[in-house]
Design a protein around this ligand. Structure first.
Ligand code: CU
Length: 297
């Protein structure tokens, strides 16, 4: 109860600041979930996993607050009652068995108390319900590619847009991509994450997914988006010079729209070699950071 309340108040505080910063920025983009200037709370949850992450976070917030207040109380007591002025002749006491047992056991019990919901959440994240759709996510220096193995050879690359392109498309600067990952809302999506070069990380805050992309290894995650919308994330494992320029965009649409998109996408990405750049072109990519960062108003 208290935990939920604190979480709510915390998020409200964040929204207030967010509203102010948007007002100051003077421009409100189409509804989308992403990081915001002056954000202090976490991005809103849109999957069952993220809802449970929030719940655990709120529980821990209560525990950590109580511990902090308790330790602060002890410190203040010592400073007030036992300072050199008020207590000039300190006692020579050294051991107290009961006290030592208590201050060893209490932290152990607190950690065990925290471990139970943590492990429950870990298993929930690791072992999702039966997926209705599987997508392969592959990290490259420095972009992502997406494959839909159950949809023939539907496969495409997802690359950052320039500042000017973002503006035209009404997408947030440094987060918009040319080809977003499109998924149906309300369906369980399994994600297999891998890499062709170095370690990347597919991080989608609102979905509660943060999965390493490792060369020679496949990591699994899953999500079920409960609310249609556009969600943004980024690679969050330092992977080279253009690490900040490989954003992630996930469009969650209705199953009917998803079916329509599949028909369109299969045509769009069917051409030989589709839009996959050759290695030489890849290493020459992308535009200089200055070009990507410039032109923001
Ligand atoms: Cu990366």
């Amino acid at each position: 109860m208290t935990a939920a309340w604190i979480g709510k108040a915390w998020r409200r505080g964040g929204r207030g600041l967010l509203g102010l910063s948007l007002l100051l920025a003077g421009a409100l983009p189409a509804w989308a979930e992403q990081a915001h200037d002056w954000q202090i709370a976490m991005q809103p949850a849109v999957t069952p996993v993220r809802e449970r992450i929030d719940a655990l976070h709120n529980e821990l917030l209560v525990i950590i607050t109580l511990i902090t207040l308790f330790v602060m109380g002890l410190l203040v007591t010592v400073m007030v009652r036992f300072n050199a002025k008020r207590h000039p002749a300190p006692s020579r006491t050294t051991h107290n068995t009961l006290l030592e047992v208590v201050w060893t056991m209490m932290p152990v019990l607190i950690l065990v108390f925290i471990a139970v919901p943590s492990f429950k959440l870990l298993y929930y994240e690791g072992d999702g319900p039966k997926p209705q759709l599987t997508v392969n996510v592959t990290g490259h220096q420095w972009y992502w590619s997406y494959d839909y193995p159950q949809q023939g050879d539907l496969s495409f690359d997802s690359m950052i847009l320039s500042a000017a392109q973002d503006k035209t498309a009404g997408k947030p600067r440094l987060l918009g991509v040319n080809n977003p990952l499109v998924v149906p809302v309300g369906e369980v999506v399994a994600v297999d994450v891998r890499s062709t070069d170095v370690i990347h990380s597919w991080f989608m805050p609102s979905l509660g997914v943060q999965e390493y992309a490792m060369p020679g290894h496949v990591n699994h995650a899953w999500f079920k988006i409960l609310k249609p919308g556009v969600y943004y994330g980024e690679c969050n494992q330092i992977c080279g010079i253009n690490h900040p320029f490989m954003p992630i965009e996930v469009d969650a649409v209705s199953p009917a729209d998803f079916a329509k998109w599949l028909v369109m996408a299969k045509k769009k990405f069917a051409s030989a070699g589709n839009n996959r750049p050759q290695f030489a072109a890849m290493t020459a990519r992308p535009a200089s950071p200055a070009a990507l960062a410039g032109g923001h108003s």
